[in-house]
Design a protein around this ligand. Structure first.
Ligand code: COI
Length: 357
């Protein structure tokens, strides 16, 4: 067994000549369209990660035979950086994202990325691009670490070469309007034994076609149901999902089909502090439809890094549509406020979730 030594001091940094930040209108950002001045890259070759580097953001050249184009061997993460009133920069539970990208990678037969490079690369990148992180609730820098298979070969086997990168995009809201969801009757996002729990690129591409159909029917997103029976509600693909029935919160357990969301687990912890009962159990479509009919269903909201906490204002199932009441005492709103106060360094951080850059 060879234990690799990864020295974070190997990081090479080349700064841009001129920042493009002056050209950006930060008042009206569309999610994921604008990128900062720099990016982090690192290559895997000959059984080791090498050349950790921060350089000006820009295109990379890849041969047409590169494996990621053919077999989708790619995983990613979503994180955010926040700036407080004193210009200090904070990440939220970054260790969780670091662990998850390696868990996702392991499922796709990819090599583990070293912690030394992940944190050093991320922190130096944020320090360099700190002007891109705007203050104020709702402003953040969305961070996208990802890994792609870069071997130039079309045989269907794991790549021997990879590229790990981090790019950053100034962000405001993910969804610009109200979100209504359709409960899936036919299509599936993930199956037992599959890659649903991994943040694999293909999990997202596979949702586009059914989501287009749902959009044509007036919904922004789909809540995926279990592939076996389509009787149980699982996740929304860009968010984990919570249902409030009466005063109780219900959410599906994570599994090999459901992503173990960082915001999801934070909401579950915060609920305990707020004396809100949470049941982590399978949620039947029929239960939610019945609860909507009887008025017991008070709220549905999604949780995710990009979306934070996103209210779901209505849902559709088969040929029926349901609208949810507008609540004064919304749990979703309470979680969002509490979570954001922690993220923006405005509240006590009793769990040690904040990480200063
Ligand atoms: C995130 O919330 O960070 C995600 O990765 C979801 C993505 C589809 C925007």
């Amino acid at each position: 067994l060879i234990i690799m030594k990864y020295d974070a001091n190997q990081l090479k940094i080349t700064e841009v000549q001129k920042s493009k930040i002056e050209e950006i209108n930060f008042d009206n950002l569309v999610f994921g369209e604008i990128f900062t001045d720099h990016m982090f890259t690192c290559d895997y070759e000959d059984g080791t990660w090498k050349n950790p580097e921060i350089k000006p953001y820009g295109s990379i050249e890849l041969d047409p035979s590169t494996k990621v184009f053919h077999y989708g061997q790619a995983v990613f993460e979503g994180m955010k950086a926040y700036k407080d009133d004193k210009d200090q920069i904070w990440l939220f539970r970054p260790q969780q994202n670091f662990e998850r990208i390696n868990k996702s990678g392991a499922r796709l037969a990819m090599p583990e990325f070293p912690k030394e490079y992940f944190f050093k690369g991320l922190e130096e990148l944020l320090k360099l691009d700190k002007e891109w992180i705007k203050k104020g609730f709702g402003n953040s820098l969305y961070i996208r670490p990802f890994v792609i298979a870069t071997e130039e070969c079309v045989s269907a086997s794991p790549s021997t070469k990879y590229k790990f990168m981090i790019i950053c995009s100034p962000a405001q809201a993910y969804y610009s309007g109200e979100v209504r969801v359709q409960f899936s009757e036919k299509y599936s996002r993930a199956a037992n034994g599959g890659v649903g729990a991994a943040k694999a690129a293909g999990n997202y591409a596979a949702q586009f076609y059914p989501t287009n159909l749902a959009q044509e029917a007036g919904f922004q997103q789909i809540i995926w149901t279990d592939a076996n029976t389509h009787e149980f509600l699982e996740e929304a693909g860009t968010m984990n999902i919570f249902f409030r029935i009466g005063d109780k919160l219900v959410t599906a357990p994570t599994s090999d089909r459901i992503l173990d969301g960082v915001t999801r687990k934070s909401v579950i912890d915060l609920a305990k502090d707020m004396n809100i009962e949470v049941e982590i159990r399978r949620v039947k479509v029929a239960e939610i439809v019945d609860a909507a009919r009887s008025g017991e269903l008070k709220e549905i909201f999604g949780s995710g890094t990009a979306t934070v906490i996103n209210p779901i204002v209505g849902f559709g199932y088969k040929n029926e549509k349901f609208e949810l009441p507008k609540l004064e005492d919304s749990y979703g709103k309470a979680f969002k406020d509490t979570l954001m106060k922690i993220q923006y360094n405005q509240a006590e951080d009793k769990y040690g979730w904040r990480y200063q850059v």
